[in-house]
Write a protein that binds this ligand. Structure first.
Ligand SMILES: Nc1ncnc2c1ncn2[C@@H]1O[C@H](COP(=O)(O)OP(=O)(O)OP(=O)(O)O)[C@@H](O)[C@H]1O
Ligand SMILES: [Mg+2]
Length: 228
């Protein structure tokens, strides 16, 4: 998938009466090609998670557009966006959002189940990802029985299971030791190359930024190549 963002602007409405609106994204331009891995850095609160949410069609914006394989996201209805997201986006949330009452294996299988696959048809893909994410033997556990770093890897496996064309990961190695983080970044990058997905990760980790094809820094004035 190719992703093209042009002049994207987003302001959050004031959160209280008499409060100020929060201008977050200003004239963001970004192009990511199929199979490309782009890392985004930037200060806390600058709008990185907001940008990923817009790219996934989870949030609205005021002007500019996001075009995926030639189709502008702004022209899709809310329903069409939800379908598009289900079929084409893998999202690793900063706060994981793992469902507490499902086992690890069920959490990972969820995107495929939502596409209508039976649990039995998801088994091979789930088992492959359990191994690749270093979660062998943990498929039947509940999330409360995992460590923070293990939960993060469940969220990553879940984002990859349906082979999405757009992979968005918000600090995917934030809770991992360097070695495990490295393994997870390889997993994300290898799948993106293999499936020709566009991969965008938000990261503060230097190794992650180094593994990317390009690293960009988000600031109040826009997105620019990382200054070394
Ligand atoms: N729903 C919301 N309503 C109003 N303001 C919001 C909302 N969500 C986020 N913000 C504000 O928008 C700005 C950008 O938030 P965002 O979560 O995108 O930052 P971030 O770059 O991901 O930060 P971090 O590195 O800490 O995760 C922040 O100032 C935040 O307080
Ligand atoms: Mg964030």
């Amino acid at each position: 998938m190719t992703l093209q963002v042009t002049q994207l602007c987003k302001t959050y409405a004031a959160t209280q009466v008499g409060g100020e609106p929060v201008r977050v994204l200003h004239n963001i331009d970004l192009q990511v090609n199929a199979g490309e891995f782009v890392a985004i850095t930037g200060e806390s609160g600058v709008g990185k998670s907001t940008l990923l949410n817009c790219l996934a069609g989870l949030d609205d914006w005021q002007s500019g557009d996001i075009v995926l394989n030639g189709d502008p996201l702004s022209t899709l209805s809310a329903d069409a966006r939800a379908h598009w997201r289900r079929d084409h986006v893998g999202f690793v949330f900063q706060a994981f959002h793992v469902l507490p009452h499902l086992t690890v294996a069920q959490n990972i299988a969820l995107p495929k189940m939502l596409q209508g696959y039976a649990a039995s048809a998801c088994e091979d893909a789930v088992n492959e990802l359990l191994v690749a994410a270093g979660l062998t033997g943990m498929g039947n556990r509940l999330p409360e029985q995992l460590s923070g770093g293990q939960l993060q890897r469940v969220a990553i496996a879940r984002a990859l299971v349906h082979r999405p064309q757009l992979i968005l990961a918000d600090e995917p190695t934030g809770n991992l030791d360097p070695e495990t983080g490295d393994r997870i970044l390889h997993l994300l990058r290898d799948q993106a190359k293999r499936t020709q997905a566009a991969l965008i990760t938000v990261t503060h980790s230097q190794p992650a930024a180094q593994m990317a094809d390009r690293t960009l820094t988000l600031s109040a004035t826009g997105l620019s190549p990382q200054r070394l």
